[in-house]
Write a protein that binds this ligand. Structure first.
Ligand SMILES: N[C@@H](CCC(=O)N[C@@H](CS)C(=O)NCC(=O)O)C(=O)O
Length: 109
């Protein structure tokens, strides 16, 4: 599957999508925060450093979001940003409401 199709289909099929790298401390922090706070929410994590198409995915994410660093996080189809962004939302008490919101693709049903 082309990088663009993989990114777009994953974002649309999961409440939380995290593009990560296994050795990245910011990724580890964001993954721990999201998976521990929302253990029952559909979450897909891609470890780009372990994927053949990892750099292609990272190039597409740069094109799509303007962000090249990992983690690159989407919640309910919305680009949220990296670790700093999710930690910031959590400390403002806004993370849960973003995760629990109906996704745009289902809210019209
Ligand atoms: N402030 C960013 C820092 C993220 C960051 O610096 N990530 C590093 C990996 S630890 C990165 O993406 N480096 C470029 C790369 O791996 O291509 C955040 O909060 O997410």
């Amino acid at each position: 599957m082309a990088a663009k199709d993989l990114v777009e289909s994953t974002i649309s099929e999961n409440k939380i999508t995290i593009f990560s790298k296994t050795y990245c401390p910011y990724c580890r922090r964001a993954k721990t925060l999201l998976t521990s706070k929302f253990p029952n929410v559909e979450t897909k994590i891609f470890e780009l450093d372990e994927m053949n198409e990892g750099s292609e995915i990272q190039d597409y994410l740069l094109e799509k979001t303007g962000q090249r660093t990992v983690p690159n996080i989407f919640i309910n189809q919305k680009h949220v940003g990296g670790c700093d962004a999710v930690v910031g939302l959590d400390s403002k008490g806004q993370l849960a409401q973003l995760v629990e919101a109906n996704s745009p693709s289902t809210s019209k049903l």
